[in-house]
Design a protein around this ligand. Structure first.
Ligand code: VAH
Length: 296
C-alpha cells in the first residue's frame, strides 16, 4: 500500500487522486498533519506496520516563503521529517518519493539554465533543507540500499488545491482572481522569470519516476525536470488572450529576492533519457485548461 504525507498540500491534493485512480482507493493511505505528524517517528513506524505500507510519497514540508518566516521550525519539519521517512524505509524496505526543488540553486547561477550537476548553493531555508535532503537521500541509497527517488520541481500551477506558502504562488492565486475580479496584484516584478510546471505534469513525473526500472537511474540526489519558464507579464498576457479585461498590478514584497535567486530553467536531459520524462503542458495550454476548468 502507498502512504502519502502532506496529502492536503498543493501537490498532495492532486497526487492522492491520481494514485487512487491508478492503484485503487483502498491502496492509498492519504495523511496530513491531523492523521500523521511526520515528526512522530513512532507513529509513522506504527502506521507503516499497521497498514502494510510498501511505498511512501513524502510531501509534508514548509515551503519557501513560510520557511523564511520560521527558519528553525521549517528546518526541523523538512529535515527531521525526511530522516524519519528514510529511516522507516531502511527498516521496512520501503520505496520513497520525495520532492526537491529549483530552490536548491542559489543566486550564484544568475538567471541561467542549471545543469543536473550545477553547484547547489541555496539562499533560502527551504532551499537549504532541500539541498541537505537530496544528500541524505543519496546517502540512504548508497549506504543502506533505500530506493528513494526525487525530482527538483519548479513552481507548480494548479487550480484545485490552494498554494502552500511558496514564492511561486502568484501563478496559482492569479487564476481565481482573474475569473472573479479580472484583477490580481502580483508580489513579484513583471519581468522576473521562473521555471514553472502544470500540476498534471508534476504528478505524472512523480508516478513515472516511481514506476521506472531502478537500474538505468544514475541520479540519487534529485532529477532536474523542466516544462516552461515565464515571468508575471507573460502570464498576464496569456490570461488576457482569454479574458481581455484582466489586469495585473505589481507590488513586489520579500519574495522578490527569493525569486531572483532561482534559475531561469533546468536542463532535464538525465530525466528524459533515464525514465522518459516528457512534459505535456506549455504556458498557453496551461492557461487555457485552467480558465476552462474554472469557468465551468
Ligand atoms: C515554493 N512552490 O515556492 C514552491 C517551490 C520552486 C518553488 O519549491 O516554495
Amino acid at each position: 500500500k502507498i502512504l502519502i504525507t502532506g496529502a492536503k498540500g498543493q501537490i498532495g491534493t492532486e497526487l492522492t487522486v491520481a494514485l487512487q485512480e491508478r492503484y485503487g482507493a483502498d491502496q492509498v493511505i492519504a495523511t496530513d498533519i491531523r492523521e500523521l505528524d511526520v515528526l512522530d517517528k513512532t507513529a509513522l513506524m506504527a502506521l507503516v506496520q499497521k497498514e502494510k505500507i510498501t511505498e511512501i510519497y513524502h510531501l509534508a514540508a514548509a515551503l519557501s516563503a513560510v520557511a523564511e518566516k520560521q527558519p528553525l521550525r521549517a528546518w526541523e519539519l523538512n529535515m527531521q521529517g525526511l530522516l524519519n521517512v528514510l529511516d522507516a524505509a531502511k527498516i521496512d524496505n520501503l520505496k520513497v518519493f520525495w520532492p526537491s526543488s529549483i530552490a536548491v540553486f542559489g543566486d550564484h547561477v544568475g538567471k541561467a539554465v542549471c545543469s543536473q550537476h550545477s553547484v547547489t548553493q541555496p539562499k533560502t531555508v527551504y532551499g537549504i533543507s532541500k539541498a541537505a535532503g537530496e544528500n541524505w537521500c543519496k546517502y540512504y541509497f548508497e549506504q543502506y540500499g533505500v530506493d528513494v527517488r526525487s525530482v527538483r520541481y519548479p513552481g507548480l500551477i494548479s487550480y484545485t488545491a490552494k498554494a502552500g506558502g511558496g514564492t511561486t504562488d502568484y501563478a496559482v492565486e492569479v487564476f481565481p482572481a482573474a475569473i472573479e475580479k479580472r484583477a490580481y496584484t502580483c508580489y513579484l516584478k513583471p519581468h522576473t522569470p521562473l521555471p514553472m510546471m502544470y500540476m498534471a505534469d508534476a504528478v505524472q513525473a512523480a508516478i513515472s519516476l516511481m514506476e521506472a526500472p531502478a537500474d538505468p537511474l544514475t541520479i540519487r540526489t534529485s532529477y532536474n525536470i523542466a516544462a516552461m519558464s515565464f515571468n508575471p507579464s507573460q502570464l498576464e498576457k496569456a490570461i488576457q488572450a482569454h479574458l481581455p479585461a484582466f489586469k495585473m498590478a505589481y507590488r513586489p514584497d520579500f519574495r522578490q529576492v527569493i525569486a531572483e535567486s532561482w534559475p531561469f530553467g533546468l536542463d532535464d536531459r538525465h530525466a528524459r533519457h533515464e525514465w522518459g520524462w516528457q512534459p505535456g503542458y506549455d504556458l498557453e495550454k496551461t492557461v487555457e485548461e485552467i480558465i476552462h476548468q474554472l469557468s465551468r
